[in-house]
Design a protein around this ligand. Structure first.
Ligand code: ADP
Length: 620
């Protein structure tokens, strides 16, 4: 069959362009990527052969060979793993199947330096070959199939696929080096790169040069070795391999569980946020092995979703080897491993949180929003998780624990107060906080979408209820004000005047508001909007509307500050004749003003503009 030419998916072309044209400082990592893929391919065949032994006909001794050819200026990496047929080649090496890729690529700026570091987080895998090769020829025969295939490309928008007689099962990648890249043909250089990045690969990586074969790596699964024999760099490189990541692990946990259930865990918490951590199709990434045989890297039962940032390997002694993916569901042994993993990880996080030098806040800022999902998903661990949470507050830009918050609570303060919104700086300016700040009551500033949900599930911390300052009546009267501020506070408008004002506002605003009432919580602003107890918060309503536009808006409560000079003047006017007419425009303007401050869109922006112009006109 003649050679077929195909175009790379646009995303791949874009990626290749960056890989080739940016001066990637660390080109040698191409070898790590290809060896890592080769090792995965052997792992996958080993798993498939558990149920279909005929797949490994022709030898089950897995190995990876690296063959430099100085005369031809090629470097060849070969494995006898699962191999690829035509469909696999086109799918795997012409497109990027990972969820969130397109979205990720839109973040690229065109500034080579920034893009390289972003791509670093994303991982370029196979395509990194084009950093050092201007032509890549790959031949492969899939285990269990007779027909072999050739894939070739110069990395410039197209690749070609053709049938090819391939004697050996597996994949062979021939790199035609760019000029100036001959260092990658030198045995000592190859040896060094393999030692540095791929020593942990569990199968032999064999250098074939000068008619000699030499196994370069240790060829034993890293997690089975003694901790004392593993260096920090080896752990790091293993992390790069299992996580397909380029950052350094923030935390490495290596342990052997013994007793009722036996397994080894080599777990990593990344230091950078994986790009797809909030993507709806994201997977769990912990790899499950049984007696050193790779089973799956997509086992939802292994880890709760709120720990999905965890990377690494779990190798069980007790699970049966002939475990099908279906059997993984509802497996009681797996459930025990899961419990063990959660306990271990939360325990280690607690240690880091208590260690002042542990950079716990670095972790929290990266993954706190994910961990907080556990507050409503994992009832049994709620207390433990609450202890791990950190929050910015009106009194502290450094996130603090709830224990610290409770220690600092004011005399008479009965609850832990919080406010939710999109943005810290906007929240800090919210009028809803005025009364709390004036009385020295600290308020948690919550800006993750998840923050709209967990406080309702948690309801209390150490018997102190959690209360939103945007909801219900304020309970500030029980907290005494510091003396100097109580003196400086202006007098409120007289009670009968306020009653008249509130009645006039209610009349003017009708069903646009649920209620109008005196405010306890305002000091400098004239008005604010709050949600009634039991109503959806305004911030949550906005979040929901992003997903489902046009939803009905429940009316809110307008609170009026009786000490504000404007309100006092309006209140004095409210007892006079014809007040209802005069107060209609101010009522609408003040409601719209409260909406703007809250970040709400105005339902009638034209009406707002007309009233404002009229009032200004009368004023000048
Ligand atoms: P990643 O490894 O992150 O998935 P790559 O671009 O490195 O991304 O590889 C894409 C896919 O190509 C792999 O997921 C795998 O399915 C396939 N692949 C790459 N190298 C090999 C190989 N040596 N043998 C079999 N399949 C391979």
């Amino acid at each position: 069959m003649a050679e077929e030419k195909l175009s790379f998916q646009a995303e791949v072309s874009k990626l290749l362009d960056i890989v080739v044209h940016s001066l990637y400082s660390n080109k040698e990592i191409f070898l790590r990527e290809l060896v890592s893929n080769a090792s995965d391919a052997c792992d996958r065949l080993r798993y498939a052969a558990l149920t279909q032994p005929e797949l490994t006909a022709g030898g089950g001794e897995y190995r990876i060979t690296i063959t430099p050819d100085k005369a031809a200026r090629t470097l060849t990496i070969a494995d006898n793993g699962i191999g690829m047929n035509r469909g696999d080649l086109v799918d795997n090496l012409g497109t990027i199947a990972r969820s969130g890729t397109a979205q990720f690529l839109t973040q690229l700026s065109g500034d080579a330096k920034k893009d390289v570091s972003l791509i670093g987080q994303f991982g370029v895998g196979f395509y990194s070959a084009f950093m050092i090769a201007d032509r890549v020829v790959l031949t492969s025969r899939k285990a269990g199939e007779d027909q072999g295939w050739r894939w070739s490309s110069d990395g410039l928008g197209e690749f070609a696929v053709a049938e090819e007689a391939v004697a050996e099962r597996g994949t062979r990648i021939e790199l035609h080096l760019r000029s100036g890249e001959d260092e990658f043909l030198e045995s000592h250089r190859i040896r060094h790169i393999i030692k540095t990045y791929s020593d942990h690969i569990a199968l032999p990586v064999v250098l074939v040069a000068d008619d000699k074969e030499e196994t370069v790596n240790s060829a034993s699964a890293l997690w089975t070795r003694q901790k004392s024999e593993i260096t920090a760099d080896q752990y790091k490189e293993f992390y790069h391999h299992v996580a397909h990541a380029f950052d350094d692990p923030w935390l490495t946990i290596h342990y052997k569980a013994e007793g009722a259930i036996e397994y080894t865990g080599l777990l990593f918490v990344p230091s950078q946020k994986p790009f797809d951590i909030f993507h709806p199709d994201r997977k769990q990434h912990l790899k499950l092995y049984v007696k050193r045989v790779f089973i799956t890297d997509d086992c939802a039962e292994l880890l709760p979703s709120y720990l999905r940032f965890l990377r690494g390997v779990v190798d069980s002694q007790d699970l049966p080897l002939n475990l099908s993916r279906e059997m993984l569901q509802h497996n009681p042994l797996l459930a025990k491993i899961k419990t063990g993993l959660v306990k271990r990880l939360l325990g280690e996080l607690k240690k880091k949180a208590e260690d002042a030098d542990g950079d716990y806040l670095g972790f929290w800022n990266t993954f706190g929003a994910v961990l907080k999902e556990g507050l409503y998903e994992d009832f049994d661990r709620r207390e433990e998780l609450l202890d791990l949470c950190r929050f910015r507050t009106t009194a502290s830009d450094q996130p603090i624990s709830l224990a610290t918050y409770v220690e600092r609570m004011k005399e008479g303060q009965g609850a832990v107060y919080y406010i939710t919104g999109d943005d810290i700086d906007m929240l800090k300016k919210s009028p809803l906080l005025e009364g709390y700040v004036a009385k020295g009551v600290e308020v948690l500033l919550l800006t993750d979408p998840i923050d709209e949900f967990w406080p309702n599930a948690v309801t209390a911390f150490k018997e102190k209820p959690l209360r939103s300052v945007a909801q219900g009546a304020s309970e500030l009267s029980a907290v005494s004000a510091p003396e100097e501020t109580s003196e400086a506070r202006p007098e409120p408008a007289a009670g009968d005047q306020m009653d008249a004002l509130i009645a006039a506002f209610k009349l003017a605003l009708g069903d646009q508001v649920k209620d109008v009432r005196n405010s306890e919580r305002l000091t400098t602003s004239a008005v604010c909007l709050v949600a009634d107890d039991g109503d959806v918060s305004m911030h949550l309503e906005r979040l929901l509307r992003q997903h489902q536009p046009g939803g009905k808006r429940p009316p809110r409560i307008l609170e009026v500050n009786p000490r504000h000079p404007l309100i006092r003047r309006l209140a004095a006017d409210a007892v006079g004749d014809g007040a209802a007419d005069r107060l209609a425009d101010p009522a609408h303007l003040l409601l719209d003003q409260a909406r703007i401050v809250e970040g709400e869109a105005l339902p009638d922006a034209a009406g707002f503009a007309r009233r404002l112009s009229e009032v200004l006109e009368r004023a000048v």
